[in-house]
Design a protein around this ligand. Structure first.
Ligand code: N01
Length: 542
């Protein structure tokens, strides 16, 4: 448990504010803008030297969003959405970062953000119900509200492979790629990890390096992104239809305007199914896993998608033995985040690329020169770790968050995260965790989800202020019911059949709990709106 520091202000910045926001990514930037517009004083702390969150850090070659740029952008300001021009259907990391920097400038956000500052402690002062926030730069700020906008995928996972620290070459993690780029021309490079990051970067690295060894433990499903430049005509058409596009997105399952086929996969004819899958295949990207409404509900429906996918993928891989290694067999399609790619499978037809099947020949150690498997030693100049994140709880768990009675959030969540609506935690009044466990989170479009959460918190603060109330605190019975509802909904799907990071399965010792709310973004939006309209049912108003 932490101690309460006396508010102080070494260097710059206020010692007392209405709201402290942790993180200046998509959610944190909008939170700052929204709360400030509401007349609140706000301070944002951000570890990085700039805005952007994941889009600040993940600069690996090929990094690109898998949600269409027109949808993966803020809706809160009509002029912003009409004036910004996306150049491609799926935006690259540099373009998204440029957009977020533009937003920071346009709304004059930087003056309330302290960069290069990590929040270390968030401690409740129980008599006043204020939060004392401490940082690694020695700042201590007192706030009525704390909003955690630390992002579900911001804490890199580096595997504990024996000897990793003895490697003489360079070790790069995709999520902490050097800002000035890396020249890998002529090198022998190894990539460990074939999730979304690996699958995006492998085709780009293959074109640059002399020799690429891809170390694959578990194969993933990937669908071609189908990225294209946007023409001025397409942009105009999208913008003319923006309001309707947003309306559909807010009511949808995943926060984008595309609707699933109106029939169940198991009720459609073979021909109808093929046509529907083909249309989604051509549309490109993650939406393939939501072609039919029952695709993630029953094996029978899922198999129809899986077999269509397998046929497509086998057709572009020259060596059937390589195809066998690249085709997943351990989980239904879509039960891990489906990946999107540009020429991923075709990359294994190249002479300078070798797929290493770690299921057959596991890594035993890393030495100064490269990677040892049970069969071979691979000499490498550079090792790329595309090994993912301690997702959804990783960043929050690294802060010392202390609520009522000196109990920490890590103690409260020892058996897995427990929230009411993802937003409230008993014992932690006025502490709001955005887009985290208990909300649709990573299953939805993060930009619209961030807006939904920030707007809800802003309204809740307005509600308290109108009544002269001090705090909102989730009730234990409401948490128990919500945790049960989230678990029941997940159990009704195929999502528990994969060892995914949604379940914490990629991190040793992490409790196995399906963390996102699986009931859909639109449904969730309705639920939290109804709770607010009913005077914050399930919360104590203090
Ligand atoms: O991480 P991952 P990611 N030895 O956890 C392997 C979003 N995202 O950064 O499955 C060998 O998915 C691990 O293997 P296994 C998106 O939501 C989006 O790729 O544990 N291998 C796996 O192959 C995504 O889902 C975009 O057997 C080891 C890989 O590393 C999420 O971020 C782009 C290992 C990790 O895959 C995370 O994606 C990028 C070990 N010891 C990311 N440890 C887009 O928008 C781990 N692995 C397109």
């Amino acid at each position: 448990a932490g101690t309460v520091k006396t508010p102080s202000s070494p260097g710059k910045g206020p010692a007392e504010v209405d709201v402290v926001v942790v993180g200046a990514g998509i959610a944190g930037l909008y939170a700052l803008h929204k709360f400030r517009e509401q007349g609140l004083t706000v301070r944002v702390f951000e570890v990085a030297d700039g805005v952007g969150g994941v889009w600040y850090w993940n600069r690996y070659p090929g990094a690109r969003c898998d949600v269409e740029s027109v949808d993966y952008s803020y809706s809160f300001d009509e002029d912003l959405q009409q004036e910004w021009n996306w150049s491609e259907k799926y935006a690259t990391q540099p373009e998204i970062l440029a957009y977020l920097e533009h937003v920071a400038d346009r709304f004059d956000l930087r003056r309330d953000i302290e960069f290069g500052t990590r929040v270390t402690d968030i401690v409740l002062d129980e008599p006043t119900l204020r939060w004392q926030v401490g940082t690694d730069t020695g700042r201590a700020v007192s706030a009525r509200f704390v909003v955690l906008a630390t992002g579900p995928l911001s804490n890199a996972n580096t595997p504990a492979i024996p000897g990793l620290d003895t490697f003489a070459g360079r070790v790069l993690h995709t999520s902490h790629w050097p800002h000035d780029g890396v020249d890998l021309a002529g090198q022998r490079v190894g990539v460990i990890g074939t999730g979304s990051s690996g699958i995006q970067t492998i085709p780009c690295l293959a074109e640059e390096v002399a020799r690429l060894h891809v170390f694959q433990r578990t194969p993933n499903y990937s669908v071609p992104a189908g990225n294209t430049p946007l023409t001025e005509e397409q942009r105009q058409a999208q913008k003319a239809n923006y309001a309707e596009r947003r309306r559909l997105s807010m009511a949808s399952g995943g926060g984008s305007p595309h609707q699933p086929h109106p029939k169940l996969a198991v009720e459609a004819t073979d021909e109808e199914r093929r046509e529907a899958y083909q249309r989604r295949w051509e549309l490109g990207g993650v939406l393939f896993s939501k072609t039919f409404p029952d695709q993630l509900l029953t094996r029978e429906a899922n198999d129809t998608a899986r077999l269509f996918w397998e046929e497509k993928v086998r057709a572009v891989i020259d060596d059937p033995r390589v195809a066998d290694i690249l085709i997943p067999r351990d989980h239904p399609i879509g039960t891990k985040r489906i990946c999107t790619d540009t020429n991923y499978y075709q990359t294994f037809n190249r002479d300078n690329v070798e797929l290493v099947d770690l299921r057959a020949t596991p890594i035993t150690a890393i030495d100064a020169d490269g990677v040892h498997t049970t069969e071979t030693h691979y000499r490498l100049d550079t090792l790329v770790l595309a090994t993912g994140f301690d997702a959804m709880t990783g960043s929050v768990s690294r802060m010392n968050i202390v609520g009522r009675g000196g109990v920490t959030l890590n103690e409260t969540w020892a058996d897995g995260p427990k929230t009411y609506l993802g937003l409230g935690i008993p014992g932690f009044p006025n502490l709001f965790n955005l887009t985290g466990p208990g909300s649709p989170s990573v299953l939805a479009n993060m930009v619209l989800h961030s807006e939904l959460h920030v707007d809800w918190v802003a309204e809740a603060i307005g509600f308290l202020d109108d009544r002269g109330a001090v705090a909102l605190e989730a009730r234990p019975d409401a948490v128990a019911a919500w945790v049960r509802e989230c678990a029941d909904r997940a159990a009704g799907t195929l999502m528990l059949e994969a060892n995914s990071w949604y379940l914490g399965a990629n991190i040793e010792g992490k409790p196995r709990v399906f963390m996102p709310f699986v009931g859909g973004f639109g449904v969730y939006g309705q639920i939290i709106a109804e709770v607010a309209a009913a005077g914050y049912k399930g919360f104590d108003v203090l």
